[in-house]
Ligand binder design. Structure first.
Ligand SMILES: *Cc1c(COP(=O)(O)O)cnc(C)c1O
Length: 365
């Protein structure tokens, strides 16, 4: 049997008609930027997140970067970022001219270690970016309390956590402003690049919209040196077709995760732990193993695709040499980078596939 690390086919088969209708609708309208599909999606996505405003943009990196810029963050500022995340989180900070300051994650939840945030705060710190990594919500209550105490903004990175809940409330609705990615493989994915910002603050939403549309508040009137980062009509139409299925997609992933958590019993494997207040959406199911390379080989021989999130932590990337960090500075992030292995997780995995992955992991010696 072969089990890919990820495939979008089961969802695309289910939505074949809706996706083709979306394409035809946009082609018939013959309007490709700002034609109405974008607004319809923004409205529907803000309702799902439980926030007042949503602004579509080009991708998840831009969603974060435009959010930071709308908050006025730039040169001379520092922004706290978890050491274990996709590099986009740090790049969004760098693109504003501010400096990302890393904080080690909690080895059990993979998310930012709340107890280590305060010692990273300086008089230049302006914001914290909690990343709901692998679809697991961060512990938002203490993070919000720290932000309040020190007068910092919260920008949630929700790129891997569409629809996830913390204490019953959707991620993206806690911070001042939040960024989402609709990269095709995300829990809610476009058929290309796309992203969005959500916020309850109308002024921030308007600033993000202007910044992403050449800095213009109305046509040919430019109030900022802005960017070109808009949600195009085709992607908005595809996202509108997929959005009604998001909760079903996430429930299906949670079902798969439950089977993994119950079925994987190999003592050499550390399973992800889920705090009781979390309703994760399992963008990634990451297990840990001290003999990762051998496990990876074992699964590969069995025809099972795997991945690593992420093999080189940000502080050891060449691109971020200038931050001056060294090996050993973030022990949990380094431990995760050396031991984490992501196993197949996608909407529509069959029981046979799930059982085969479980058996193959359990037979690893
Ligand atoms: C995917 C991702 C991003 C960036 O999204 P793009 O749409 O690829 O630009 C940002 N942060 C995290 C945590 C991500 O996983």
């Amino acid at each position: 049997m072969k089990v890919p690390f990820v495939t979008l086919k089961p969802l695309e088969r289910e939505l074949d008609k809706e996706l083709k209708m979306a394409f035809e609708r946009v082609l018939d309208a013959s309007f490709y930027i700002h034609g109405g599909e974008d607004e319809a999606f923004e409205e529907a996505f803000s309702v799902l997140c439980g926030v007042k405003h949503c602004v579509g943009c080009g991708n998840g990196l831009d969603a974060l970067m435009l959010s930071l810029k709308a908050l006025g963050i730039g040169e001379g500022d520092e922004v706290i970022v978890p050491a274990n995340t996709y590099i986009a989180t740090a790049l969004a900070v760098s693109y504003t001219g501010a400096v990302p300051v890393l904080v080690d994650p909690d080895i059990n939840t993979f998310n930012i270690d709340v107890s280590k945030i305060e010692r990273a705060i300086s008089d230049k710190t302006r914001a914290i970016i909690p990343v709901h990594l692998y679809g697991q919500p961060c512990d938002m209550d203490p993070i919000m309390a720290i932000a309040k105490q020190y007068g910092l903004y919260i920008v949630e990175d929700c790129a891997q956590a569409h629809g996830a809940r913390y204490k019953g409330k959707r991620v993206g609705s806690f911070g001042d402003i939040s960024g989402f990615s609709f990269y095709p493989g995300k829990n809610l994915g476009a058929l290309g690049d796309a992203g969005a910002v959500v916020t309850d603050n109308r002024e921030l939403a308007e600033t993000v919209r202007a910044l992403g549309d050449y800095g213009s508040d109305y046509k040919y009137h430019h109030i900022y040196k802005g960017h070109n980062s808009r949600l195009d009509e085709l992607q908005a139409a595809f996202l509108l077709a997929k959005l009604p299925l998001l909760d079903k997609i996430n429930e299906n992933r949670r079902e798969t995760a439950r089977k993994y958590l119950e079925g994987i019993s190999n003592p050499g494997i550390i399973l992800p732990s889920v705090p009781e207040w979390a309703e994760p959406v399992w963008h990634v199911f990451g297990i840990r193993c001290s003999r990762r390379k051998e496990l990876e080989e074992h699964l590969k021989k069995a025809g099972i695709g795997t991945n690593k999130h992420y093999p080189i932590p940000i502080h050891l990337q060449k691109a971020y040499e200038d931050l001056g960090y060294e090996k050993g500075d973030f022990p949990a992030a380094e431990e995760i980078s050396e031991t984490e292995l992501s196993v197949p997780m996608y909407y529509g995995m069959t029981d046979d596939e799930i059982g085969y992955v479980i058996d193959s992991i359990n037979s690893f010696r």
